[in-house]
Design a protein around this ligand. Sequence first.
Ligand code: HAM
Length: 424
Amino acid sequence: MPSFQTVRGMRDLLGEEALAFTGIIGKARETALLYGYKEVITPVVESFELLSAKSGEEIRQRMFIFKDLGERQVALRPEFTASIARLATTALKNEPKPLRLFSAGSVYRYDEPQKGRYREFYQSNFELMGSSRPEADAEIVLLTDSFMRSLCLRGYAFKIGHIGVVRGILSQENVDEKTQNAILQRMDKKEYNEAFKLAPTEHCRNMLEGLLQLKSDDCFETVEKIKAYVATDEIPKAAADNLGDILKLVVDGGCPIQVVEPAFARGLEYYTGMIFEIYIPELDIALGGGGRYDRLIELFGGEATPAVGCAHGIDRIALALQAQKNVLSTEGKKRVLVLAVNDLLKGEALKIAQALRLSGVGVEFEVMGRKMGKALEDADKRKVDYAVIVGERELKEGAVMLRNLAKREQTIVPIKELAKKFSF
Ligand code: HAM
């Protein structure tokens, strides 16, 4: 047999890395609780038709697609939004609005593997459905800010814009949706020349090019410049006004928005309003992003439902924490080994281990049949904090030997008081 490796773009997550992932997802889950988002778990495999509707060419071309044994065209989810929009048109159709839904798990895109870009990666995802108001947009940005804060990430910055500005300019020039999407795809990749070449008229090209010049260091000033730039065009003007309203709420909510990007576009086609991404100085890839998508639920056959949401890249957040030498705190969680001095006391030792576990203490039990010295040596190497040694003499007194492996100190502790020793 050959020695098997993971498939290209897929990774095993071991030890500290696995711990970091579950720690980050744990913080996302805490954020969901703080903001009133209910967790839902949806399938990894969905119909290709659902996943590809309005996701955009970029993602459509990178999906893992296959026929199941029943000849159904299915795909591995490349994101959560389509699945959550499906829920809003089916099982949760009659739920009172707003709907606040949280999910976390693996997603799949056939991207070219490189640092921070994998074919299987993890997202935490938040969707807020039923409100078209700027408060809803602001909430999605603010919860992302709270999530980043809870991870103690330093120097992160939000980049925010409004897809309605560019789409508004294009639709006033009667540019069809397909061409609009092609232009936005290129703008997302900062291929501005290629993008602007697709604009049908000189005026349209100039309008788009001009947007790039409006950026200033002050985000409110940039919004004012956009408003003035599109003052005579109803649709982009409404988009710029809406962006200004959202921005004010976000700043009132305590999150300093760093950059307003007048010509901002994102890879996904379903966005209709505010869009944003989040960055740290140490990495040039986004840690998360999202925006408003008011027409997706309707497209899936549901009632017209405005919605806004975001997803955070867990793998990239783990890289960000690593770059900032930030280890998610596992303080207070001591590792404890329980072992018997001889085979006859195994049962008693197991009883003690179970009682500790029942009191919430995490315990590893010696299962290798090693002699005491070897077992302690191994525990020390694996950074176990304490060994509970069950011996005949102490047991007669209702006690055990508790050894602090790092300090190489040991004391006799009554079994009744043992759990208390680990509740820090
Ligand atoms: P997205 O920008 O495509 O948005 O992905 C969100 C985040 O997933 C990115 O910012 C990035 O951190 C991470 N990510 C994307 N591709 C990869 C990859 N190949 N490897 C590692 N991490 C990656 C969405 O997925 C939308 N569904 C967000 C949303 C929710 N919009 C509205 N609701």
